[in-house]
Design a protein around this ligand. Structure first.
Ligand code: SAM
Ligand code: SF4
Ligand code: SF4
Length: 368
């Protein structure tokens, strides 16, 4: 269980040769599979998260700590990234395997130049709910172009409203006001309803919970509080740093009484709550204390074209090789279906004192 992990090996590169062989064999198998794939635990493939860059302009202490992601950190060279054409092609193939929701993420997705061009390509694929998660730093500048390109909604990450806490968490001294301006610009551009994601880490920002709830009450935006997760291995996660969803709900309910709300759909990650007085909604994402693996229908496409079937996977399946070696869409579809059919991931449901030590890839690489 306790593999020694070099801290700079955040991508687990070079590891998955057996998985790559599996991908090729599946792609070479005869004829397209007739039915949509279901994994070994009966879960369909419904959501695709696409990481468009492994770079970020923040160094959030729980995600890309500066001592690992310093000046010399070897981010991917541009030639290794999937091009927009490659991403759009893979996304189209995923749609034919049942995907209906695509989220662009990263790293910081708005750092990828001309992202709106990719948004336009994905929006034109048809029946897909297209959204994006951003730290908001560049949103004021980009919201209108993203909306014009066909984006419908955004999620903005914001972990505190008081400047000292926010600056300490992003660790690049970025002021909270600029993120709030980004949220306003997104609203003005019609990218609503906006979801606000706040990761809560004990000792860092649990005092931000109630002010965040208070600030966004009446705004039409939906705040979702996220339990701090043991993603990757660079953030030094410990169970005692987790503020549980139950604690978060209790803290808010002391000031603003809450009642549970029904999930919108099976597989929704956030547990929904409503304010008793005005009926508005908040969410808590209890990935640590109440695992939701049973309904997990998400695949992740890394910046360099590997498919990960779990946020906590230790390796991914290389689809870029198939794209660049002229495999057909049907063949790549076969490979995706075969990958999904063998999926058995349920890391959070099995999480134990030892699992944080397993070799996992980083969130900034495969996307949150
Ligand atoms: N840079 C963008 C952002 O921050 O919104 C998109 C990528 S980020 C990896 C996606 C989401 O993952 C963010 O909402 C972030 O707060 C969350 N996240 C990152 N590390 C996390 C951790 N260890 N536990 C829980 N959530 C985490
Ligand atoms: Fe960057 Fe998002 Fe990670 Fe923060 S959470 S370091 S903004 S990728
Ligand atoms: Fe899905 Fe893996 Fe998270 Fe479970 S641990 S909910 S399988 S991503």
């Amino acid at each position: 269980m306790s593999t020694i992990i070099p801290l700079t090996d955040v991508r687990n590169a070079g590891h998955p040769t057996a998985m790559d062989a599996f991908v090729r064999e599946a792609a070479d198998a005869a004829g397209p599979a007739p039915e949509l794939p279901v994994d070994t635990l009966g879960r369909h493939l419904h959501d695709l998260r696409i990481s468009v860059t492994d770079r970020c302009n923040f160094r959030c202490v729980y995600c890309m700590p500066k001592d690992v992601y310093g000046r010399d950190f070897p981010f991917l060279p541009h030639a290794d990234l999937l091009s927009f054409e490659e991403i759009a092609r893979i996304a189209g193939i995923f749609l034919r395997q049942g995907v209906r929701k695509i989220r662009l993420t990263g790293g910081e997705p708005l750092l990828r130049r001309n992202l709106e061009r990719l948004v336009e390509m994905l929006a034109s694929l048809g029946d897909v709910d297209l959204t994006l998660t951003t730290n908001g730093a560049l949103l004021a500048r980009k919201a209108r172009a993203l909306r014009d390109a066909g984006l419908r909604r955004v999620t903005v990450s914001l972990d505190a409203l008081d400047d000292p806490t926010f600056r300490a968490m992003n660790d690049v001294d970025f002021p909270v006001q600029r993120v709030l301006e980004g949220i306003d610009a997104a609203q003005a551009a019609g990218l609503a309803p906006i979801k606000i994601n706040a990761v809560i880490k004990r000792g860092l920002n649990e005092h931000a919970i109630v002010p965040l709830a208070r600030h966004f009450r009446g705004s039409g935006h939906i705040v979702r509080f996220i339990e701090y997760m043991d993603v990757g291995h660079t953030n030094g996660w410990r169970m005692e740093h987790v503020v549980s969803a139950a604690e978060i709900v209790a803290a808010i309910a002391r000031e603003f009484p809450l009642e549970p709300a029904e999930p919108n759909y099976t597989g929704e990650v956030a547990e929904r709550w409503r304010y008793r007085d005005n009926g508005e909604e908040i969410g808590v994402i209890a990935s640590v204390t109440q695992a939701f693996c049973r309904d997990c229908t998400r695949a992740r496409l890394s910046t360099e074209g590997r498919i990960y079937t779990c946020l906590f996977a230790s390796a991914g399946y290389d689809l870029r090789a198939l794209l660049r070696e002229n495999y057909s869409d049907d063949q790549i579809g076969n490979a995706i279906a075969a990958i999904w059919r063998r999926r058995a991931d349920r890391y959070s449901a099995l999480r134990s004192a030892d699992t944080p030590r397993l070799h996992k890839v980083e969130m900034s690489y495969i996307g949150g």
